[in-house]
Design a protein around this ligand. Structure first.
Ligand SMILES: C[S@@+](CC[C@H](N)C(=O)[O-])C[C@H]1O[C@@H](n2cnc3c(N)ncnc32)[C@H](O)[C@@H]1O
Length: 346
């Protein structure tokens, strides 16, 4: 699969518009705040963008960020402006042609930004331990439309788990399917190259993430992908594909369900550009100044990460009140007693 993908991204595709599906994010989806950052990036780098989402979480200043499958470097150069001169962004990709473009324009970006804080490494994202990267050394790892292309997704996530600092996160966009992808789609070279053939069934992704130690994956955004190409659509059949952004925190104490310890948080409104609300994920939009009840896992995602100083924390883990209501898991047992005459016995 590596050779097929290298051929597709290194030789066949020359620019974004060569893609045959809408897996790639179109410019209308780019938020206003990102546009001035993209305007600083070299046009040739922008023209070879093949991502499917946005991989710029808030509060990156001074962070060490790793981009898995960075391609020609669009996200690396956007992130470089967000981490600033005290931060570092490292891009890893296996395809020489993509990396050549990223490296060719390094001096251009140093001049544009007024500092140099990026590094590119050629390598495989399944073999991160073979690269010269120290364990527990990254605050944030991102990836944009790449993990689906990997033949060994568990190895990728295990490598990420090793490289993240405790409290760090993998914030990444990728393509998922509504069911397991059949071999006819998986073995179709164009569908694979277009990030569909290797897409994980979303629930299998959750299983693999948990296996790699990311116990509570959080969905941030998602959108359906349209397969409109008249040649590809019939080959895909009833399968539905989505682009989704997940965040996976490296926090050892996370539990496999949202447990209620009677805790709450108050957002101070202090993250730059997020004065009114803080969005942790698609289920947690936390309004500034409001007491916001949270489960133990959400409490830890805010108190044991780079977000801690932007919240007040109420409560601790000394008491337990059962499952946290509304987090997707409910007590499976009937809550009321059987009525008189009803069968209490099995
Ligand atoms: C769909 S493109 C996305 C590129 C980039 N993230 C972007 O948004 O433009 C996929 C990229 O991942 C790289 N890639 C795919 N599988 C990889 C692997 N196993 N190891 C390293 N890089 C890989 C490809 O070389 C290609 O540059």
């Amino acid at each position: 699969m590596h050779e097929l993908v290298q051929e597709y991204y290194g030789k066949q595709l020359q620019q974004t518009s060569d893609l045959k599906t809408s897996a790639c994010c179109d410019i209308t989806l780019v938020p206003e705040w990102l546009k001035p950052l993209l305007a600083n990036i070299h046009p040739e780098v922008l023209s070879r963008y093949y991502g499917c989402g946005l991989v710029c979480p808030p509060l990156l200043e001074g962070c060490r960020v790793l981009d898995l499958g960075c391609g020609s470097g669009r996200d690396v150069y956007a992130l470089a402006q967000l981490v600033g001169p005290k931060g570092l962004v490292v891009g890893v990709d296996m395809t020489a042609e993509q990396l050549a473009i990223a490296c060719e324009h390094q001096a251009y970006h140093v001049e544009k930004f007024g500092y140099g804080n990026v590094k590119f490494i050629q390598g495989y994202i399944e073999k991160l331990d073979e690269l010269d990267l120290a364990a527990n050394s990254f605050d944030v790892i991102v990836s944009n439309c790449v993990v689906n292309l990997s033949p060994d997704k568990l190895a990728v996530l295990a490598g990420v788990q090793r490289l993240l600092k405790p409290g760090g996160e993998l914030f990444f966009s990728d393509v998922y399917a509504d069911r397991r992808v059949p071999d006819s789609v998986k073995n179709d070279p164009v569908l694979y190259g277009e990030c569909l053939g290797g897409a994980l069934y979303w629930n299998d992704f959750l299983r693999i993430a948990k296996q790699a130690g990311f116990i509570d994956p959080r969905l941030v955004t998602d959108r359906p992908l349209e397969i409109t190409d008249p040649e590809l659509a019939p080959r895909v059949g009833k399968l539905a594909f989505y682009s989704a952004t997940y965040r996976l925190f490296k926090i050892a104490e996370l539990e496999d369900a949202c447990e209620d310890h009677g805790q709450a948080v108050i957002y101070k409104g202090s993250v730059p550009e997020l004065a009114d609300e803080f969005i942790l994920d698609s289920h947690h939009t936390i309004e500034t100044g409001k007491v916001f009840p949270v489960c133990g896992n959400t409490y830890r995602m805010l108190s044991e990460t780079r977000f801690a100083s932007h919240f007040e924390f109420i409560g601790d883990f000394s008491r337990h009140f059962g499952l946290f209501a509304g987090c997707g898991t409910e007590i499976p047992f009937t809550k009321s007693q059987p009525t008189e005459g009803g069968a209490a016995c099995c």
